[in-house]
Design a protein. Structure first.
Length: 284
């Protein structure tokens, strides 16, 4: 099992300091933000220096996460967005990083029916057409583009699986955020099993479902504790399924989504410790 941390979760620190801290805590890798003020997509020289630091700390760069968060399903997509993604993919190639990830096919839709004249089928078709352009960049540079599942999104992980199979490129794979899948009504364990070898990376955070008290009439509310302190995901079963499907990717711990009273470094350290403990019995 390989566990990474996400540089974008620690806005108040330099990327160099994040790398050193994660190595100290015992992480296996880091997920790099790219296309941000701290690491512009064009600054390959800086990225290579950061990679050298990672190498010296025996940390792998698990993937790059572009500042561009969505593959937009709009007619006439802004070419700057496509060029930005291409720059991120080119940086991944220069750093020998296997994956670039981004959310798939546009922003979450508002509640209710689709806007007049823009049915979901139209958004889906245009989104797939745009994604095919991105996949050509991935093929050009020998990098895999991974579709991440967003929270409260109109496309699920299994929808992404259908898209990946439809496009049929070896450079397009799947990225599973466990809690986002849960929030979208999916069983992340069954979903991971169905994705099989097309699944190349996973984000892990946790959630605690509470009932009763003042909100009994509403049925439930949620808090966001560190990984291993929630009650909606059986993490041991999740790791077992990953082993079953031959998963070789990283588990990236998300700290920024935990409740504000948890220190981000504590979230990273406690989550890493928990995953390693349950993995001793599973051997992912």
């Amino acid at each position: 099992m390989k566990v990474s941390a996400m540089t974008q979760e620690y806005r108040g620190a330099r990327i160099e300091d994040i790398i050193s801290k994660m190595a100290e805590l015992g992480f296996d890798g880091v997920e790099f933000e790219v296309g941000t003020e701290r690491l512009p997509a064009w600054d390959i020289a800086k990225a290579k220096k950061l990679k050298e630091l990672c190498d010296s700390k025996q940390l792998k760069i698990s993937d790059l996460a572009p500042g561009t968060q969505w593959i937009q399903p709009y007619e006439g997509i802004d070419q700057k967005e496509l060029l930005h993604i291409r720059s991120c993919i080119m940086m991944a190639s220069e750093l020998d990083v296997p994956y670039v990830r981004s959310f798939g096919l546009g922003n979450p839709l508002p509640a209710g029916p689709p806007p007049a004249g823009r049915p979901l089928s139209s958004q889906y078709a245009q989104g797939v057409a745009t994604l095919k352009q991105v996949v050509k960049f991935a093929e050009e540079f020998g990098v895999t583009f991974a579709l991440d599942n967003a929270p409260r999104h109109f496309l699920t992980v299994l929808d992404h699986l259908r898209i990946v199979k439809e496009i049929g490129s070896p450079n397009l794979k799947l990225f599973l955020d466990v809690i986002n899948a849960y929030d979208n009504g999916e069983d992340p364990i069954a979903t991971a099993r169905e994705c099989g070898k097309l699944l190349v990376h996973s984000h892990v955070k946790d959630k605690y479902k509470c009932t009763g008290g003042r909100v009994a009439q509403e049925g439930q509310f949620y808090t966001m504790p560190p990984v291993g302190q929630g009650n909606v995901v059986n993490w041991a079963e999740y790791l077992k399924v990953l082993k079953e499907i031959g998963y070789k990717g990283f588990l990236s711990i998300e700290a920024n989504h935990s409740d504000a009273f948890y220190d981000r470094w504590y979230v990273a350290e406690s989550g890493l410790k928990y995953l390693k403990e349950i993995n001793k019995k599973i051997g992912l």
